[in-house]
Design a binder for this molecule. Structure first.
Ligand SMILES: [Cu+2]
Length: 563
């Protein structure tokens, strides 16, 4: 059984400025055929589910304002949904692609059409399956170009880098590269012309791994995170949690030659096992290079949290940039959310690896999320079907404790180790401003969990290590030019402060983007109520939404554990 994790990179040549422009929106249509495919990433052949037989799947190119229609035909043996990671889904929450939250999963032999507008955002995003494990191979890039083309217009390459639970390998654009015997000759190469500049669209498509990314002898100029422009940030290393994207400019300004482009695992938890092979190589090759020597970048230690923190905390938002939104100053809902691991009773007849012989779980404010089993949450909300979820997700944990120095010393704390399983949501009034302090706990272990919010970008006002202390930390929050993202890695044993405006009605997941932590239940849902007008209200679902998959075997998903 071989497992691997994916890293995806698209490279675009920049031409300044482009004369072509297009100011009107159009319709972009794709068919995604989900089917099994035989691939050989390492030494032996494996059958993997793919979209259209390619790994990674097709890149979807749209312009801001376009309508995207994707027909998903499921010829695989698995239930699937496709999530459009980072897309706002304004007034189209039915199309968010979350299994049992916004739709029934698409059964084998069934089909479903996603249709939505991509409005008010541009840059690099990605699409992926939102059913546990399937994301490993069902993913691809989603590139949103500006409506009026100003920056670039020619793709020279469209490539995917591929670097999971202890993976056997990381893959760069589907290839493991020369650090593995069986893939020595299968290494992704980016050919560049000396003097030119390239836009690298870097996507961490890995299931569970945070990743460093570095190119020997070259620095990178970061210009966007999660499809939001940033102030230019020059760095020799980039760090991405699962689900994050980075747009960075590469200037081919070195002597003719070959330079390794390498991704390496970053492990945030102390004492956690990691694979022997923690990196994957690709190459940047200058046109006309004759030497066979290849420069290797010096890589940080796998556990180098300081380097990861420096990158994630140093970048600021581009206030004058397209689609910038100022930080909302008046907060309507203040939430303090503990986030981390816990335990759950080991089912009889099973051997569990967790503390006290129990199985691992995870929680937000001591609640582990349970996926609904009868109706998708949004349908239950829309049609007032009771008994599917509770809407009392709390604004703080049940007790205050020393979050980042957790010792089980009282019965109460012991109970904190065993969170409640609930399908739990928080109701938000339309247009309310929400502030969330996410506080990682040291229960079991402190670890960076990449929290992903569906349907919105949030401002990242501040982050740090230890317990969040308002008296000390409020004054340091950046209310001027913070970065905006859809996924944030909370520092291990630390905190982060987020703000967003709930201006998009629907049911939106907020969850850890480590795939292995989905069943742990590090998930909650926001239910954003309708605004005052039809234009600010969630329309009813399209007909095929209700027709598709009603009898899905949601109790027993076919499981995908090949990796
Ligand atoms: Cu997690």
């Amino acid at each position: 059984m071989a497992s691997f994790e994916c890293f995806l990179i698209c490279f675009v040549l920049i031409l300044l400025p482009s004369s072509s422009s297009k100011a009107y929106a159009s319709v972009v249509e794709h068919t995604f055929l989900v089917q099994n495919f035989t691939a050989k990433p390492l030494c032996k052949e494996q059958v993997i589910p793919t979209v259209n037989g390619s790994l990674p799947g097709p890149t979807v190119n749209v312009r801001e304002g376009d309508t995207l229609i994707v027909h998903v035909v499921n010829n695989s043996p698995f239930n699937v949904t496709i999530h459009w990671h980072g897309v706002f889904q304004l007034m189209s929450a039915w199309m968010d692609g979350t299994d049992m939250i916004t739709q029934y999963p698409i059964r084998p032999e069934d089909r479903f059409t996603y249709k939505f507008n991509v409005t008010g955002q541009e840059g690099t995003l990605h699409w992926h399956a939102h059913v546990v494990n399937l994301r490993a191979t069902l993913h691809g890039a989603l590139v949103i170009r500006p409506r009026a083309e100003q920056w670039w217009n020619t793709d020279i390459e469209n490539l995917q880098l591929r670097p999971a639970p202890l993976s056997d390998a990381y893959l760069i654009n589907g290839l493991a590269g020369d650090s593995f015997d069986c893939s020595r000759n299968k290494m992704f190469k980016l050919e560049v012309v000396q003097g030119k500049r390239y836009l690298l669209r870097i996507i961490n498509a890995a299931l569970n791994s945070h990743l460093f990314f570095k190119i020997a002898n070259h620095s990178l100029r970061v210009v966007a995170l999660d499809a939001v422009y940033t102030n230019p940030y020059v760095t020799d290393i980039v760090v991405l949690t699962p689900g994050q994207t980075v747009d960075a400019l590469l200037h081919a300004d070195q002597t003719l030659g070959s330079y390794y482009m390498t991704t390496q695992l970053y492990v945030s938890a102390t004492g956690q096992p990691f694979p022997d092979k923690t990196l994957a190589n690709a190459l940047v090759v200058y046109q006309g290079a004759t030497s066979s020597s290849r420069a290797m970048p010096s890589l940080p230690d796998v556990t180098d949290t300081q380097t990861a923190y420096r990158f994630s905390s140093s970048i600021t938002g581009l206030v004058s940039g397209p689609h910038w939104r100022p930080v909302p100053r008046n907060v309507d809902e203040r939430m303090f959310m503990t986030m981390g691991l816990g335990l759950e009773q080991c089912p009889p007849s099973m051997q569990c690896p967790g503390l006290y012989g129990q199985q691992f779980a995870g929680s937000l404010n001591n609640r582990s999320f349970e996926n609904p089993k009868t109706f998708p949450m949004q349908e239950a909300y829309f049609y007032n079907i009771s008994g599917v979820y509770s809407d009392d997700f709390p604004n703080q944990p049940p007790i205050k404790f020393d979050y980042t120095n957790f010792n089980v010393s009282t019965d109460y704390e012991y109970r904190m180790l065993f969170p409640e399983r609930l399908t739990s949501a928080k109701i938000l009034k339309f247009n309310s401003t929400v502030e969330i302090v996410l506080q990682n706990t040291a229960m079991i272990t402190a670890e960076s969990h990449p929290m992903h919010l569906h349907g919105f970008n949030f401002h990242v006002l501040g982050q740090g290590f230890g317990n969040y202390e308002p008296s000390r930390d409020v004054g340091k929050l950046n209310l001027v030019n913070p970065q905006m993202r859809n996924t944030i890695g909370v520092p291990p044993g630390g905190w982060v402060v987020l703000r967003f405006v709930a201006n998009n009605p629907g049911v939106w997941m907020f969850h850890c983007h480590m795939d292995a932590h989905l069943p742990y239940g590090i998930i909650m849902a926001f239910i954003v109520q309708n605004g005052p007008h039809p234009a600010t209200s969630l329309p009813p679902p399209p007909l095929d939404h209700l027709e598709c998959c009603r009898d899905a075997e949601i109790y027993n998903h076919p499981t995908y554990d090949q990796y």
